[in-house]
Design a protein around this ligand. Structure first.
Ligand code: 4NP
Length: 154
């Protein structure tokens, strides 16, 4: 089965949102896939998602309550078929750590919806509530693009 890892900096805002959104939308689309998320940083290991991310997700039907933050580990480059970076910083960190054979598995998440005209999910941590809704919109769009891609390659 295809295994996907969503990656941001803290693993409390963007990537847990992506994990919950992708898991539900993939299930609704009939795509069997295993989904996790992780952060490149260590600050929030073991913590639940940011309350603002949880509230924004719940308002759109996504339950983040069971998720707990973890950091990316070396084994992830073996265990996952795709490591989906939320922004260029995350992408560079992952690519700098990835063994050569895993390099191509590290991708910008938003590249799966080119119609967005955006490359990065902005970090909402230090912003206002509206940032979390924008994050959710971008993640929903890229999730549907990635689901369509994965279904097309069977
Ligand atoms: P995330 O947001 O990467 O979307 O989870 C952040 C959460 C925490 C921090 C930075 C970004 N932080 O610096 O603690």
């Amino acid at each position: 089965m295809m295994r996907l890892l969503f990656v941001c900096l803290g693993n409390i805002c963007r990537s847990p949102t992506a994990e919950a959104v992708f898991r539900l939308r993939a299930r609704e689309a009939g795509l069997e896939v295993e989904v996790e998320s992780a952060g490149t940083g260590a600050w929030h290991i073991g913590a639940p998602p940011d309350e603002r991310a949880s509230a924004a997700g719940l308002a759109q039907g996504y339950d983040l309550s069971a998720l707990r933050a973890r950091q990316v580990v070396a084994d992830d480059y073996d265990q996952f078929d795709l490591l989906l970076a939320m922004d260029h910083d995350n992408l560079e960190t992952l690519r700098s750590q990835a063994p050569g054979k895993a390099h191509d598995r590290v991708r910008l998440f938003l590249s799966f919806d080119p119609g967005l005209g955006r490359e990065s999910v902005p970090d909402p941590y230090y912003g206002g509530e509206g940032g979390f809704e924008e994050v959710l919109d971008l993640i929903e769009a890229a999730s549907d693009g990635l689901i369509a891609h994965l279904k097309s390659i069977g």
